[in-house]
Design a protein. Sequence first.
Length: 89
Amino acid sequence: MTKLPVPSVGRVVHFVDIYEDGETTEADHYPAMVTWVETEHGGDDPWVVGLSVFYPDTSVPVRYFDSVSHDDQCSNQTWHWPERTRETG
Ligand SMILES: [Zn+2]
């Protein structure tokens, strides 16, 4: 397993928001900035962070989520490091 860096304030990660309407399930990955790290405030788990999540939405463009857990399997309302994109050239 690849070792991943622990998150720190100011890093940009993905936040997973799973939308279900009965027929379809859609998992959206939104950019989020790490704005709180629990271990810097007495917590034990370096993978639990507070995130300011950015939405393509003019009415609520940023929302804060407290105590978000890391999950590479992209379950709902968790964070992960952004996926690598294809290289060109
Ligand atoms: Zn992602």
